[in-house]
Structure formats: C-alpha cells, structure tokens
Design a protein around this ligand. Structure first.
Ligand code: GH3
Ligand code: MG
Ligand code: MG
Length: 380
C-alpha cells in the first residue's frame, strides 16, 4: 500500500486532536467536541476505503457511506450548535437513511455506480448548502466568521460542478476507480477545500475564545453588568454616534452604603450591590448601557433620551429601589439611592459628561439623599 494515501487521514487526526484539545480548555463549547468527532469520522471513512475494511465492494460502500454521512452531519451540527441552532434527530436519521439506503439499494438491488456517486456528492453538497443558508448571518460577522461562511459555501457548491465535470453521465470503470478523474479530483478538492474549511473552523474557534475573554474582561464579576472599562468603551462609541443623541448619563449612588457594610458585614453589602444591579438592569431598555464604576456607584447611558426622559427614568429607578426588598438585610431596612444626571452636549467627552452628572449627584446627596438631580437645573 502506498504510504502517501495515509497523509489525508493523518491530517484529519491532527485536526480532530486540535478540536478535542480546544474543547478541554472550555468544556461548555460542546460543538468543538462535535467538530473533533467529525474529523475523526472522516478519517475513519477514508481508512475504511483505503484499507478495505470491511472487505468486499458492497459492504465497504455501505459502511463508508454511513461513516462519511455521520461525519458531514456532525460537522454541520457543530456549526449550527456554535450559534445555538440544531437539527432534529429525526432529520439526521432521515438524511442518513436516504443516503446510506440509496447506496445499499444501488449496489445490491440495482447496481449503478453512477447513481451512487451522485447520491453521495449531491447529498453532501445539499447538506452543506442548507447549513450555509441557515448560517447566512455569519457573512456579516467577524472576519473569521465571514471567511468560514464563504469557505463553507465554496465547499458546498464545489460538489456539484466537480461531480458533473469529472463523472458526467458515465460511471468510472470500477476496476480503475482509484485512477479515475472523479476520484483524483475528489481527493484534490478535499485536500484543498477540506483543509481550508478545517483551518477556517480553527480560526473561528480562536476568535470565539478571544471574544469571550474580551467580554468577560469588560464585565464586573460581582454584578455581571459592565465594569468601568466596558462601560467607557461602549459609552465612547455612543457619544461619537450622532444617531444615539440625545444622550443622557445617569449616576446612581447607594445612600449610606458604608453603614450596611459596617453593620451587617461586607457579604451583605455585596448582596445589596447584586440586587441593586438587577434593578438597574431591569429598568434599562435595549440600547442603554449600564455599568458599575466601582464601589456602590452605578452609571447608565440612555440613548435617544433627553433630560426630561432621563429624569423620569431615574425617578422610576429611585422609587423601585426604595420599595425593593433586599434579601441580605433585616426586615424594615430600607435601601435608597441618589441620582445625578446630565444630557450630553455636542462634542463633549465622557469625562466631562460624568463630571457634570457627578456634580448633580453631589447636589442630590446634599439635598438629603434619595432623590434625583439634573445638572444645570435650578434646585427645587
Ligand atoms: P453616601 O450616602 O454619601 O453615598 O454614603 P456611603 O456610605 O454610601 O458612601 P461612601 O463612599 O463613604 O462609602 C462607600 C462604601 O462602599 C465604602 C466601601 O467600603 C464600600 N465598597 C466599595 N466597593 C465595595 C464592594 O465591592 N463590596 C462591598 N460590600 N462594599 C464596597
Ligand atoms: Mg454611597
Ligand atoms: Mg459612592
């Protein structure tokens, strides 16, 4: 046997190992394991053909068709699972039955190599094409996602012209199958497009991990809302985008929070912060930005909202805080917060806007706490 035939299966094994290794770093990404399984199955399918296991053309055709179909289905399942989509078990079973049943029928009942070639190639092309269609949003995603989408589409489409051009209407001579243009073109296209596809998958995997790190680096671990860095990043974008204006910044500061910590301990204080953050999150609309600036100070950036709207928003949040029940506090302990807000001026930096809202917050504290103050407004 020529050793060169084992190059493909070896490459597939390396890819399978890479995906499984990537999965061990973050086991929530089950789709990586599915990609690993897909590569491994494809490797086994190739080996079954090269080594003629099981022996005999009929059993070998049926078994390898089954393994290849499982591999293609695992691959598309992994792609879909990555974005929370899936195909049903019934769909997968029906596809497998159609393809493997077709291969068995056109070997044992009505022997026809030509039809078998078309079933496999058009079948896999259609599965990949349907998957590309369901994942069409990826073409607007990150660079790695766009590369993966177009590689997938090219891979899906290539099945059709390649088969038609190298097989046409006459099946290759079974005795010379390994030397037929169909087989050689198949090997070549799998080596090029298949490897490109696996590399694109790995690139997307790396991109996913980076994106995850970036996101968690922008989140406050205690409350799950944005931390100062995440808030500043998002706020700078909105300030620069004139479609977000009018834009208001609201700073909320829990009143006499130190007292809670001193009387009931730090863990009770942390629990209050978590509940407070949940109230903030509930009050926000889509497109609003909310974060914790450290300590017991929360900031909100309200898009498409003028000072009137922001004052009404802050007043609602103030009321909901003063009425809320905080689990870590004794009955009858009321938590209140003071609010300062300012509407962004044209060309104003985030620092300047925060300073004005902060001045309003300070006025709210001085006026007795548990109230909302607007920068520039005449104190009532
Ligand atoms: P005021 O009404 O003037 O805002 O009074 P205050 O006590 O809320 O304000 P002050 O700034 O004096 O106290 C804030 C306290 O918040 C001090 C600090 O120990 C506490 N703190 C800061 N970060 C955390 C945190 O992550 N968890 C807890 N439990 N406490 C924190
Ligand atoms: Mg405070
Ligand atoms: Mg404070």
């Amino acid at each position: 046997m020529r050793l060169v035939l084992l190059v493909g299966p070896t490459i597939l094994l390396v890819f399978a190992a890479s995906f499984v290794l990537a999965w061990t770093f973050d086991r929530r990404r089950r789709h990586l394991l599915v990609f690993g399984a897909s590569c491994l199955l494809f490797c086994l399918g190739t080996l079954s053909q090269i080594l003629q296991i099981p022996p005999g053309a009929g059993p070998n055709a049926v078994v390898s068709a089954f393994i290849y179909t499982a591999s293609v289905l695992a691959f598309t399942e992994g792609l879909l699972a990555r974005t929370g989509k899936r195909t049903s078990l019934a769909e997968k079973a029906a596809i497998t039955l159609l393809i493997v049943g077709g291969i068995a029928y056109f070997y044992y009942v009505d022997r026809d190599l030509l039809v078998r070639i078309y079933i496999l190639n058009f079948g896999y092309g259609l599965i990949c094409l349907a998957t590309a269609w369901r994942l069409r949003d990826m073409r607007k995603g990150r660079l790695t996602e766009r590369v993966l989408f177009w590689t997938l589409l090219a891979f899906a489409l290539h099945f059709f012209p390649r088969t038609i051009l190298t097989v046409g209407v006459a099946a290759p001579d079974p005795a010379q199958f390994g030397l037929s243009p169909f087989w050689l073109a198949l090997q070549f296209s799998l080596a090029v497009l298949g490897v490109a596809l696996a590399l694109a998958l790995l690139a997307v995997t790396v991109g996913d991990v980076i994106e995850d790190l970036r996101r968690t680096g922008n989140l406050d671990p205690l409350t799950g809302i944005l931390n100062r860095r995440g808030f500043e990043e998002g706020a700078a974008q909105r300030l620069a985008d004139r479609h977000s204006h009018p834009l208001c910044l609201v700073i909320a500061d829990i009143d006499r929070f130190k007292n809670i910590n001193d009387t009931l301990g730090h863990p009770a204080g942390d629990e209050v912060l978590r509940t407070f953050a949940a109230l903030v999150r509930r009050a926000m609309r889509r497109g609003d930005l909310g974060g914790r600036f450290g300590g017991e100070e929360f900031v909100l950036l309200l898009s498409g909202c003028d000072a009137e709207g922001a004052a009404a928003f802050a007043e609602r949040l103030r009321a909901s805080v003063s009425e809320a029940r905080f689990g870590s506090l004794p009955d009858g302990w009321q938590v209140t917060a003071s609010f300062g807000l300012a509407e962004a001026r044209a060309g104003e930096s985030l620092g300047q806007l925060v300073a004005r809202a902060d001045a309003a917050l300070y006025a709210a504290k001085r006026a007795g706490r548990n109230r909302v103050r607007r920068h520039g407004a005449i104190p009532a």
